[in-house]
Design a protein around this ligand. Structure first.
Ligand SMILES: [Zn+2]
Length: 412
């Protein structure tokens, strides 16, 4: 790519096999290169959506005004019991189209039929870390283990863009025995673990009553808190838990919009997390509880909710909020690379140079507080151009196929 503008300078970016080989003012096309002329458009890193359930786009707008438990029991769980892989495939394709449209290159996913998710991600050209959820609230630990082993085998070897993860749903839906098995299996197979943690005050209370410790200490006791652990939500973590999480090197992914929509009654304690040195990411959560997958919208909500909760507009700088949304504030999410440097994944965006939201002022501040995903003109993931000119090519077909699947499930 030539003619992009990075930090006010014209730069070239040379990508080889999904990786940035070189980036800078002197980087030019070489004979035989496929060349994309950015035409002076601003270049920024792509975003990483650290937590979600992609295929839940099928549930968007379905029962969203009900309280959480009624919504799950009356709307979501009965339909999920009838889900087929093709439902998950088209729901995920719809999610991918929206994420490409709005600048996300990689996402972390926890949902049923993970092999269908992987197929959709590969067809869309995105990157994802995928795990089928573990539940054994009904006491079926053996059946769950067997299913998850099969899913992990099916996800292995799906190429550089797809990583397998093990995904116990939460500490209140997964037994202690199955959580220990999760820790052993993750260690054996060197897999990341993603789990919802400390989302509600009830969860913390129940954990104290049943296990005598708070959620992070409980996970640590089971061997589940380490550098490959991703904790979604973390709204009710206290200072001691944040210090423990930082010490173990685990990542917390904050989901401000889903937290507000589900009215969890608190705000992630970002100032304490930053002080403790916790690795952080940003996520949308599923489209059943957000309902948008536009991470730029969540980036604004994240920064605003933190400033508001702290009663202090200096609590988070725009650059730091944006850095968290790109995955760069977590070694687990960044995969060990600073974005837009040599050796990093070739995942980046060109912004619409003529968009009114970005015309004046500081680009970083505008991206956090003025922009939405609609400012993205071009999405490049693993060196492939997935969108040019602001529209995803096969969107119309994807929307219609996903709608068909939703009708089949009786939710549209
Ligand atoms: Zn979730």
């Amino acid at each position: 790519m030539i003619g992009a503008v990075l930090d006010g300078e014209g730069v070239g970016v040379r990508c080889v096999e999904g990786t940035i080989e070189a980036i800078g003012v002197d980087v030019a096309a070489q004979p035989g290169d496929e060349v994309l002329d950015a035409g002076g458009a601003p270049l920024v890193p792509a975003l990483v959506n650290g937590h979600g359930h992609a295929a839940m786009t099928l549930f968007r707008g379905y029962g969203g005004d009900l309280p959480l438990m009624r919504w799950l029991r009356e709307k979501i769980w009965p339909v999920e019991a009838r889900l087929e892989p093709e439902d998950v495939y088209w729901g995920t394709r719809l999610a991918c189209a929206e994420m490409i449209r709005t600048g996300t290159a990689r996402f972390w996913d926890m949902y049923w039929h993970p092999e269908a998710t992987a197929r959709a991600v590969a067809d869309a050209g995105l990157r994802a870390t995928i795990g089928g959820p573990l539940f054994d609230a009904g006491g079926n630990a053996e059946g769950t283990k067997q299913r998850v082993r099969g899913e992990l085998d099916a996800l292995a070897g799906r190429g550089a863009a797809i990583d397998a993860a093990i995904a116990p749903h939460s500490i209140y839906t997964v037994s202690e025995e199955l959580l220990r098995w999760t820790a052993e299996t993750a260690a054996e197979r060197e897999l990341p673990v993603q789990i919802h943690l400390a989302e509600t005050a009830d969860e913390v209370e129940e954990c104290m009553a049943r296990h005598g410790v708070r959620p992070a200490a409980y996970l640590d006791r089971l061997g589940l808190l380490g550098e490959r652990t991703l904790l979604a939500h973390g709204v009710w973590l206290n200072r001691a838990e944040l210090e423990l999480i930082a010490e173990r090197g685990a990542t917390v992914v904050v989901n401000p919009v889903a937290n507000m929509k589900l009215a969890v009654g608190g705000t992630f304690p970002y100032p304490a997390a930053r002080e403790a040195g916790v690795a952080l990411g940003l996520g949308t959560d599923g489209a059943g509880s957000n309902d948008s997958l536009d991470l730029f919208a969540d980036l604004k909500a994240f920064a605003l909710s933190q400033r508001h909760a702290a009663g202090d507009p200096t609590v988070i700088a725009a650059a730091e909020a944006l850095r968290i949304a790109t995955g760069a504030a977590s070694p687990l999410l960044a995969g060990g690379h600073e974005p837009l440097t040599g050796g990093a994944p070739a995942d980046f965006l060109l912004l619409r140079g003529d968009s009114p939201e970005l015309g004046l002022g500081d680009l970083t501040s505008d991206l956090v507080y003025a922009a939405s995903g609609s400012v993205v003109d071009t999405s490049v993931v693993a060196g492939r151009v997935l969108m040019r000119g602001g529209s995803v090519e096969d969107s119309a077909e994807i929307v219609s196929r996903a709608a068909e699947r939703a009708r089949r499930l009786g939710i549209a």
